[in-house]
Design a protein around this ligand. Structure first.
Ligand code: SAH
Length: 230
C-alpha cells in the first residue's frame, strides 16, 4: 500500500520529512516529490504550493505518476466554528469550494454541472483518526471544510462561508484535492490544525502559529500512518 501525504506549504511537510528520516527525492512538474518508508508503509510526500490549482496538480501527480492508493492531507486552516481554537484539530467529513459561483444560472453556490457541492472523505480513514485521537487523549472536531482561492481575513466573508456551507473551517486546498481523489476513486482524508480565526487578525495569528499548528497536524498524520501500517 502506497500512501500520499501532502501539504500546501514547506512548513506543513518539513516535520513529516524529519520524522521519516531517510528519503529520496524527484523533481516533477515544478515540485519535489519525496519517497520514503515509515512504519512499514511506502510513502510519497510533497507540498503543492498554495491554492486549488497547485494542489489539484500535486494530488493528481501523487496518484497517477507515483501510484499512491490513499491520500492524507496535513496542514493548517482558519477556524469558523467558535469551538475551534488555535492548535485544535479538525477532520473533514466533507469539503466544498466556497468561491465556485455560477449562481447567475440558478445553481447553488459551490456547484457546477457534473460536480457536487460537497465531496465526502473516506469514512474508514476518519474512524481511524478518531481512534488515534482517543489514544493520544486529544479532542478532534469532525466537520465541514470550505476551500477557496482566498486567504480569508474578514469576519463577514468568514460568516457567509460558515452559513452558506455550514462550514466549520476554511482553507485553500482541501476541496480541490477532494475533487481529484473522488474522480480517481482514491480514499482520502483531510486534517487541519487551526492557525487563525479567519478574522481581521488572521494574518498575524497565521504567522505566529503556522509552525506549531503545522507540527500538530503532522504529528497526528504520522500516528495515523503508524496505525495504517499495523
Ligand atoms: N503566509 C503565506 C501565505 C499563506 S496562505 C505566504 O506569504 O506565502 C494560507 C495557507 O494556510 C493556505 O495554504 C491555506 O490552506 C491555509 N489557511 C490558514 N488559514 C487560512 C485562512 N484564514 N484563509 C484561507 N486559508 C487559510
Amino acid at each position: 500500500m502506497k500512501i500520499a501525504i501532502m501539504g500546501a506549504m514547506p512548513e506543513e511537510i518539513e516535520p513529516i520529512l524529519k520524522k521519516v528520516g531517510q528519503y529520496t527525492s524527484q523533481e516533477y512538474a515544478g515540485n519535489t516529490y519525496y519517497e520514503a518508508q515509515y512504519a512499514g508503509v511506502e510513502l510519497v510526500i510533497a507540498y503543492s504550493k498554495i491554492g486549488k490549482v497547485f494542489s489539484a496538480l500535486t494530488a493528481s501527480t501523487m496518484i497517477q505518476k507515483f501510484g499512491a492508493q490513499q491520500l492524507l492531507f496535513s496542514g493548517v486552516a482558519g477556524g469558523i466554528n467558535p469551538k475551534l481554537k488555535v492548535g485544535d484539530i479538525v477532520v473533514a467529513t466533507k469539503l466544498c469550494q466556497h468561491d465556485l459561483d455560477i449562481t447567475a444560472f440558478g445553481h447553488p453556490y459551490g456547484f457546477v454541472p457534473g460536480g457536487a457541492v460537497y465531496i465526502e472523505t473516506d469514512k474508514r480513514l476518519c474512524n481511524i483518526a478518531l481512534s488515534v485521537a482517543n489514544s493520544m487523549n486529544k479532542k478532534v472536531l469532525e466537520g465541514v471544510i470550505a476551500t477557496g482561492d482566498q486567504f480569508v481575513a474578514n469576519e463577514e466573508r468568514k460568516n457567509w462561508i460558515g452559513t452558506t456551507f455550514e462550514a466549520d473551517a476554511l482553507e485553500m486546498e482541501g476541496g480541490s484535492v477532494a475533487v481529484v481523489c473522488n474522480a480517481l476513486d482514491i480514499p482520502f482524508f483531510i486534517l487541519r490544525a487551526i492557525s487563525d480565526a479567519a478574522d481581521m487578525d488572521a494574518s498575524f495569528s497565521f504567522d505566529a502559529f503556522l509552525e506549531s499548528s503545522a507540527e500538530e497536524s503532522a504529528e497526528f498524520i504520522m500516528k495515523m500512518v503508524e496505525e495504517l501500517g499495523r
